[in-house]
Design a binder for this molecule. Structure first.
Ligand code: SF4
Length: 449
């Protein structure tokens, strides 16, 4: 900067830190919104004694939280309430589950540093207040808020969202599954799903394979309905795909692949409930007469119909959504040209890896993996996680090149988020990718088949 201070006297450090805290508070708000809705859906499902697909996950959460119940539904209710009670605490009351969820030595350090978070929603509120005009001017103080928000977002927004999803949607199972544009089958009415709040369309998903709804699809010339995976919610369904073989076709691609998925012409509707439903798809949907429906107004798209998810009204909404999508199929299919890419992607991708499924695969303990690291057959494990980006060479260029370099050096890679979508669409999750690995890792892969 030309001047050491802004017109109000703020230093460059203050300005940068304010902007960082604003971004961190906003990001935390997003994922606390997701865990809040997920916990509410678990609570409401438990109250009406609905289906719980992951009872093993429920037992583990009960044990971690120290809660119980006379049956599975009461246990699920108590688990959901424990999460919600923490989220709604004021900022000056610490959340109870942090200590139960965290790695103990790390919790000790957080405590010593004074960065244990209060109620997650209140922490977001405080962060937003602090970074407003001419309030906080102490960069270190604001950075400590960023750390506090990081803890609550990581434990609640990410880890607990996944574990609550395990209870409601079923736990991941290791299996091979297709990815890429090849998963789109034009004989079906295809719904591209985008977002992160999969528990919101459990009811709709079940209805889409019910005989009376399949009959409606057949009456307009389709074989039935299929969900086509896109963004994080597609990746999540891919992971849990063993429970959804009838309705889910596979993960077509990540956030920036959404335009290409729609450009095939075979998608009849986009159902979105969170990010990353790119504004860029709106013009594609308009051009190809694709119906857009949002079920959470936080992600309302300009051209979409809003059907705000309300648990008690989900039966009525599911029927309305199904009818709107059938109408879209009927109207658009005779006039839209298909541009399918049946060769795109791969048929045989590894998916369903979670802490629980991987440990089970290894025989119930981590020793086989630890032994491989100790013997030097695998140099280590690297996480390549997060959103995909268009910078650093283009869509997925950096992540794919990075993974190739890591495996060539005998480092095994774990991926999550949209990074996975790119890495799998580029053929790094098929058994043949072992050929790209360094000699030691390649030998381990071949031994495991
Ligand atoms: S991983 Fe990132 S880019 Fe992909 S859907 Fe999630 S938030 Fe969006």
């Amino acid at each position: 900067p030309e001047s050491p201070r802004g017109i109000c006297g703020a230093t460059a450090d203050v300005m940068v830190t304010r902007n960082l805290l604003r971004a961190v508070a906003s990001g935390s708000g997003c994922y606390i919104h997701v865990v809040e809705n997920t916990a509410l859906n678990l609570k409401n499902t438990a109250l009406e004694k609905g289906k719980l697909k992951g009872l093993g996950a429920l037992e583990r959460l009960c044990k971690t939280f120290g809660v119980s119940g006379k049956d599975d539904h009461e246990k699920a209710l108590n688990v959901a309430n424990a999460v919600l009670e923490d989220l709604y605490k004021p900022e000056y009351v610490k959340m109870d589950l942090v200590e139960k969820m965290a790695y103990p030595p790390r919790f000790k350090v957080w405590k010593e540093l004074g960065i244990l978070p209060g109620g997650a929603k209140s922490e977001v509120f405080k962060g937003v207040v602090k970074c407003s005009t001419n309030l906080n001017s102490d960069p270190v103080n604001m950075l400590l808020d960023c750390l506090r928000l990081g803890i609550s977002t990581g434990i609640y927004g990410l880890t607990l969202t996944n574990l609550l999803n395990d209870v409601l949607l079923g736990e991941p199972e290791i299996r091979m599954a297709p990815v890429g544009l090849r998963v789109i089958d034009p004989d079906y009415i295809n719904i591209m799903i985008t977002g992160h709040q999969h528990t919101m369309f459990v009811h709709l998903q079940e209805r889409l394979i019910a005989p009376d709804v399949v009959a409606k699809a057949k009456a307009v010339g389709a074989k039935g309905f299929k969900l086509v995976g896109c963004t994080c919610v597609g990746q999540d369904l891919q992971l849990r795909g063993a429970h959804y073989t009838e309705i889910f076709d596979g993960h077509a691609g990540n956030n920036y692949t959404s335009e290409a998925i729609l450009a095939t012409g075979a998608i009849d509707a986009v159902l979105s409930e969170f990010n990353c439903t790119l504004p860029g798809i709106e013009t594609v949907c308009d051009t190809l007469s694709i119906k857009q429906i949002c079920i959470d107004d936080v992600a309302k798209k300009a051209n979409a119909e809003l059907k705000q998810f309300v648990f008690a009204e989900r039966g009525k909404h599911s029927e309305e959504i199904i009818d709107a999508i059938i109408a879209s199929y009927k109207e658009r299919r005779p006039k839209v040209k298909l541009n399918l890419l049946p060769e795109h992607g791969y048929e045989n991708n590894l998916t369903g890896v979670s802490e629980v499924s991987l440990k089970k695969f290894l025989g119930g303990n981590w020793k086989p993996l630890v032994d491989l690291i100790v013997s030097g057959d695998i140099k280590g494990v690297a996480g390549v996680v997060g959103c995909s980006s268009l910078v650093a060479g283009g869509h997925d260029v950096l992540t794919v090149a990075l993974v190739k370099e890591l495996i060539a050096r005998d480092i095994i890679v774990l991926t999550a988020g949209c990074s996975s979508g790119g890495i799998e669409n580029c053929g790094l999750m098929v058994p043949e990718a072992a050929e790209l690995a360094g000699p030691k890792l390649k030998a381990v892969c071949k031994k495991l088949g």
